[in-house]
Design a protein around this ligand. Structure first.
Ligand SMILES: [Zn+2]
Length: 255
């Protein structure tokens, strides 16, 4: 099958589906300039110390690790990243009334910024645009914490209880949120079509959305620039730039 035949077949799957469940990974955000942390050119692949910084045990135990983390958050390229055509195509899919849920491994909130309904988005790894207090669990906008860092605090703590603040994301060594994972796996079982985009489908338990959907009778379309762990379960595999592919398969028929 050529790429354009694969895109045409995927477009038909979308047209025929009533409930589309989308799973997105880092690949959809790289087109917005956000680096992929684990990929071949990823931040952690090039700099293992950055991975240590992201381990929850080190972050909680070592003030120097937290100070370094806050400094590097200040100039993250993610703050200025804008949604791209791939994110916007998924908004079009929702406007067509077909989006059942949008599960994302990304922490950048670009789906919501593009216009996807927050109620449809399931953030399995949390959001870097919020902070959470490790002690009392209070969540607050990241912007407020960054403003304190800019004003001179090198390791801002919770204003309510004095606990350690971290970004509201799942760090290495930190447990996933069971209710969130449960929702991701359960919507997979309700799909007519599962669209897996920009993920190598190697990270469990989210990767098992694919076999769950396939067993429940859903069609499976995978869009990724490299081979994934689940390609053999897919009806269609497309290796082409994500923004272009999603615009072709999800965009409104009128566009
Ligand atoms: Zn607190």
């Amino acid at each position: 099958m050529t790429t354009s035949e694969a895109i045409e077949e995927a477009r038909r799957f979308v047209a025929d589906a009533g409930r589309v469940v989308v799973l997105t990974g880092a690949g959809i955000s790289t087109e917005s300039g956000i680096p992929d942390f684990r990929g071949p050119r990823g931040v952690w692949t090039r700099n293992p110390a950055a991975e240590k910084q992201s381990t929850i045990q080190n972050y909680l135990a070592e003030p120097e690790v937290r100070r370094a983390a806050w400094r590097s958050r200040l100039d993250s390229p993610a703050w200025s990243a804008e949604p791209n055509t791939g994110h916007r195509a998924l908004v079009a899919l929702e406007r067509r009334g077909k989006l059942h849920a949008l599960v994302t491994q990304n922490i950048d909130e670009l789906h919501q910024r593009a216009g996807s309904s927050p109620a449809k988005v399931v953030e399995v790894h949390g959001s870097m645009r919020r902070v959470m207090c490790w002690q009392c669990g209070r969540r607050a906008p990241m912007d407020e914490a960054l403003a304190r860092v800019r004003a001179g605090e090198d390791d801002p703590h919770c204003l309510v209880c004095g606990g350690i603040l971290k970004s509201d994301t799942i760090s290495f060594g930190q447990a996933l949120v069971p209710e969130v994972i449960e929702r991701a796996l359960s919507v997979a079982g309700e799909a007519d079509l599962l669209l897996a985009i920009g993920t190598t489908l190697q990270v469990q338990p989210v990767a098992s959305m694919v076999p769950i959907a396939a067993r429940a009778g859903a069609s499976v379309v995978i869009v990724n620039d490299q081979e994934t762990a689940m390609d053999e379960l897919a009806d269609v595999v497309i290796r082409a730039p994500i923004g272009t592919v999603l615009t072709a398969i999800c965009g409104d028929d009128a566009n």
